[in-house]
Design a protein around this ligand. Structure first.
Ligand SMILES: CC(C)(COP(=O)([O-])OP(=O)([O-])OC[C@H]1O[C@@H](n2cnc3c(N)ncnc32)[C@H](O)[C@@H]1OP(=O)([O-])[O-])[C@@H](O)C(=O)NCCC(=O)NCCSC(=O)C[C@@](C)(O)CC(=O)[O-]
Length: 285
């Protein structure tokens, strides 16, 4: 058996945030509870963002309050600013995530500020999280391609990822937000990052828009990454990245890891049950 791989389940947040029809909090809670039984150890439950920007996540506190917490599972939430962080602490999140972009165009569309402004804003989020004793994950979006600015240079990703790690994030998840990365661009990116950042501090977050997510994950594995984000039933997309399809499906990543001999600790039958339920939440179901 090869070394274990952590699958970071982002379906309840990244997967559902783009659904046009508002999903009742109780159904989101049910999804998280089903996922909690699968052996997943990291579940991103929701985001404490502006409801004007992402109406689907307006029930973040209710969802956090409703879930049945299982020992050994970390329940995470996205927090774009201090207000979000305070709400996440209040709701009992086990860890939070700040999210930046490697490209200016996406940063402005997604969080209404420049990349530099977002990093400055995160400093106060980090300080408050530290005080609350919460680990913070960092995201960098558009790591190879941006829907507004086009191709993104690896050097821009390195700058933002290094800044997030320096301010205290324990790990940075590299977001192929629009699923445009190829094995070549992913390899070039990871090769560039490896000069300054060890693979144990990086995670891969691949959308499957062009059907290349699994190929990119293999490249990630070859570069030593052992954490990959995935979304049950391939739910998702990003409201500020037109055309973005869901994250790679958790079931597909599990299967790939099993084939390659990496343990994920996930019970695939239980994951299938969660995926069947997840599919009923889609607007097109
Ligand atoms: C960052 C802001 C708030 C700036 O938005 P803004 O409009 O510049 O901020 P503001 O401070 O002027 O606030 C606007 C309104 O939102 C409220 N507000 C402000 N903050 C909060 C909060 N935390 N919780 C609840 N409400 C909040 C605030 O009170 C105000 O309410 P109003 O007075 O108009 O009624 C906004 O742009 C935002 O919420 N953006 C989030 C967008 C988002 O969630 N995108 C999807 C997640 S990122 C992603 O999917 C990529 C990722 C992570 O998956 C990786 C990848 O694939 O690349």
């Amino acid at each position: 058996m090869r070394d274990p791989v952590t699958i970071f389940e982002v379906g309840p947040r990244d997967g559902l945030q783009n659904e046009q029809r508002l999903i009742p909090a109780a159904r989101k809670v049910r999804l998280v509870d089903l996922l909690s039984r699968t052996g997943l150890r990291k579940i991103e439950v929701t985001s404490f963002v502006s409801p004007n920007w992402v109406p689907q996540m307006a029930d973040a506190a209710a969802v956090m309050a409703g879930i049945d917490r299982r020992a050994g599972v970390t329940y995470a939430a996205l927090t774009p600013n201090l207000r979000g962080l305070n709400a996440a602490v209040q709701a009992g999140a086990d860890e939070v995530a700040v999210f930046a972009s490697a490209s200016e165009g996406f940063s402005r569309k997604n969080i209404n500020c420049s990349v530099a402004e977002s990093l400055a804003r995160f400093e106060e989020v980090m300080a408050a999280a530290r005080e609350a004793g919460l680990p913070v994950r960092g995201y960098v979006s558009c790591v190879t391609d941006c829907p507004y600015d086009g191709r993104v240079a690896p050097a821009a990703v390195l700058d933002v990822a290094a800044a997030l790690l320096e301010m205290g994030c324990y790990e940075v998840s590299l977001g192929d937000t629009i699923g445009a990365a190829t094995p070549e661009t992913t390899g070039a990116l990871l090769g560039h990052l490896s000069a300054r950042i060890g693979p144990e501090r990086l995670a891969g977050h691949f959308h499957d828009t062009q059907g290349r997510a699994l190929d990119n994950i293999r490249v990630g594995l070859d570069h030593g990454l052992r954490t990959f984000d995935a979304s049950v039933a391939g739910l998702g997309g990003c409201p500020y990245a037109p055309g973005a399809r869901g994250n790679v499906a958790t079931e597909a990543v599990c299967e790939l890891m099993e084939t390659l001999g990496h343990d994920t600790g996930i019970d695939r039958a239980r994951l299938s049950e969660a995926a069947a339920f997840a599919r009923t939440l889609r607007s097109d179901a």
